[in-house]
Ligand binder design. Structure first.
Ligand SMILES: Cc1cc2nc3c(=O)[nH]c(=O)nc-3n(C[C@H](O)[C@H](O)[C@H](O)COP(=O)(O)O)c2cc1C
Ligand SMILES: C=C(O[C@@H]1CC(C(=O)O)=C[C@@H](OP(=O)(O)O)[C@H]1O)C(=O)O
Length: 383
């Protein structure tokens, strides 16, 4: 079973993860892991913290001479900001500094402090922070090494920032299919991207924040990942859950998604054709590559929506968690918009789900047996 846990506070010493259940023999490219970590840090509209950090994965176990050996993989990512927080985040010290008590609407602050019985919201926000997603991107990059070895490639792009949408006609899909989208907002429509940046500038000027939408596309999928047999084995359910687990993601669509409500059946389903070279094939992909809870071999297409960042420099009305006084919400250094960063996390979570299902279906001891099982299966279903 492929699984992992993450640990670490946003301003603590480091983030860490232990990954278990990956086959031996996966070639691990540390540059790819660090490139994804850097991509997650980028994006127009990010705050001051990203100027401090340069995230790098330190692999402490489970990889030898660049290959997985089947052992648990431990990864550490240091927080450079720790040096500015050492006293306030000390494990046994007592120099806590001023308590954070003005809960931010839209963050974990209020309910987290109540549930965990803490008088300082910092005890909650440190772990609720999306800083934790750096570890998920490292795990996802390792999962991508396995998927790439099986021909599967995952890409993402931003399609909407604060209501500024890409024009589907301007999306350059060759860029998306390439090794990665090299743009400040991870956007394939240059015209829309310029307007998105203006919208972010305007929001910043107003002490406001923006959310948006990103799309994940998985190319060269293997048909039959997931299952129709049980609710918790469905691929669409697993992907939705994984994407919804990213901080601030509030909705997920598969294929046409909510647009299905406006379409008749005749325009919703992907007709099947046959020729000897291509076997059974489709001319459309409304389903987004998933039917009956299983990948059907077409590209998997999923969208996720991110709500606007909750920390506002023009703060919203709030209540002090201890005195119950009506106050303005806490303002901390913060991002104005982080949709492009979230899209990189979305790729990682997608990679993690697909790697889990690949291992479940084809075996997880070593990559050699796994690839042989895939070859056998593909040959059988294409007979
Ligand atoms: C990549 C990324 C960066 C984020 N940056 C910030 C930030 O700078 N300030 C902030 O208040 N929230 C930020 N968020 C959102 C909060 O982490 C999130 O809204 C909060 O944890 C509450 O969780 P919920 O929105 O899922 O309810 C970010 C989220 C992501 C995915
Ligand atoms: C640190 C990261 O994002 C953070 C996510 C975050 C939040 O509340 O989610 C709040 C901010 O934290 P800070 O107050 O330290 O600037 C972001 O910078 C990161 O993405 O690596």
């Amino acid at each position: 079973m492929f699984r992992f846990l993450t640990a670490g506070e946003s301003h603590g010493q480091c983030l860490a993860t232990i990954i278990e259940g990956l086959p031996s023999g996966i070639k691990i490219d540390i540059n790819k892991i660090n490139t994804d970590l850097a991509r997650r840090q980028q994006g127009y509209g990010r705050g001051g913290r990203m100027k401090i950090e340069t995230d790098k994965a330190d692999i402490l176990s489970g990889v030898r001479f660049g290959e997985t050996i089947g052992d648990p993989i431990t990864i550490r990512i240091n927080n450079k900001d720790w040096s500015n927080w050492e006293e306030r985040m000390s494990v046994f010290g007592n120099v806590a500094g001023a308590k954070v008590t003005a809960a931010r609407p839209g963050h974990a602050d209020l309910i987290g402090s109540q549930k965990y019985n803490r008088e300082d919201i910092r005890d909650i926000l440190e772990r609720a922070s999306a800083r934790e997603t750096a570890t998920r991107v490292a795990v996802g990059a390792i999962a991508k090494c396995l998927l790439s070895a099986c021909g599967i490639e995952i890409r993402s792009h931003v399609t909407n920032i604060g209501g500024v949408k890409v024009n589907p006609k301007n999306i350059d899909y060759t860029i998306l299919k390439g090794s990665r989208v090299e743009s400040e907002l991870n956007c394939c429509d240059k015209i829309a991207e310029a307007k998105m940046k203006d919208a972010i500038d305007q929001a910043k000027k107003n002490g406001d924040t923006l959310g948006g939408v990103f799309e994940i596309v998985v190319f060269n999928t293997i048909p039959g990942l997931g299952s129709h047999i049980q609710w918790d084995r469905r691929l669409d359910a697993k992907l939705a859950s994984a994407l919804m687990s990213i901080q601030a993601i509030k909705g997920v669509e598969v294929g046409e998604g909510f647009e299905f409500a406006n379409l008749p059946g005749s325009q919703s389903h992907d007709e099947m054709f046959y020729n000897a070279n291509r076997n059974v094939y489709r001319k459309t992909n409304h389903a987004g590559g998933i039917e009956g809870g299983m990948s059907n071999g077409e590209p998997i297409v999923i969208k996720a929506v991110m709500k606007p960042i909750p920390t506002l420099m023009r703060p919203l009305a709030s209540v002090d968690i201890n005195s119950k006084e009506e106050v303005k919400a806490n303002t901390e250094r913060s991002d104005v918009c982080a949709v492009s960063a979230a899209s990189v996390v979305g790729e990682a979570m997608t990679a993690i789900v697909l790697a889990e299902l690949l291992i479940e279906k084809f075996g997880g001891d070593n990559i050699c047996d796994l690839k042989a099982a895939i070859d056998h299966y593909i040959a059988r279903i294409n007979r």
